[in-house]
Design a protein around this ligand. Structure first.
Ligand code: 5GP
Ligand code: ZN
Length: 112
């Protein structure tokens, strides 16, 4: 756990969240400031700042998160599809420096 990390505090139960799913490796919860009708994120429980800090030891949790995304998206009614976003570093628009995968859907996405 990183002491000044807001998502570590959510994992530790020190800050509340609207939890969607939890297991030994990951936590999924709704974004506090959603950009679409459904907007949640999946995070590893163990602190890692971003995708750029991941190494071989994160292979399993990264795979787990990506396989979980469509399952949770379906559970939340996104049968038609969803967008996944991983912002990495300040240049990538990352604001919370604990790796998270955004899952967004329920509205027509802007073309990329
Ligand atoms: P980033 O730009 O780092 O990829 O996204 C950070 C996301 O975390 C933002 O969408 C923001 O709304 C969300 N967020 C920041 N603080 C909290 C919080 O305390 N609780 C929840 N549920 N989401 C948060
Ligand atoms: Zn953290």
């Amino acid at each position: 756990m990183s002491d000044d990390c807001i998502f570590c505090k959510i994992v530790a139960g020190q800050i509340p969240c609207r939890k969607i799913y939890e297991d030994d490796l990951v936590l999924a919860f709704h974004d506090i400031n959603p950009v679409a009708p459904v907007h949640f994120m999946i995070i590893p429980k163990a602190h890692v700042a971003s995708l750029a800090e991941c190494d071989e030891s994160h292979r399993a949790v990264l795979g787990h998160i990506l396989l979980l995304a469509p399952r949770l998206a379906r559970d939340l009614g996104l049968e038609d599809g969803f967008r996944t976003i991983i912002n990495t570093g300040r240049g990538g628009g990352q604001e919370v420096f604990h790796l998270h995968v955004h899952v967004i859907g329920g509205a027509k996405p802007r073309p990329m």
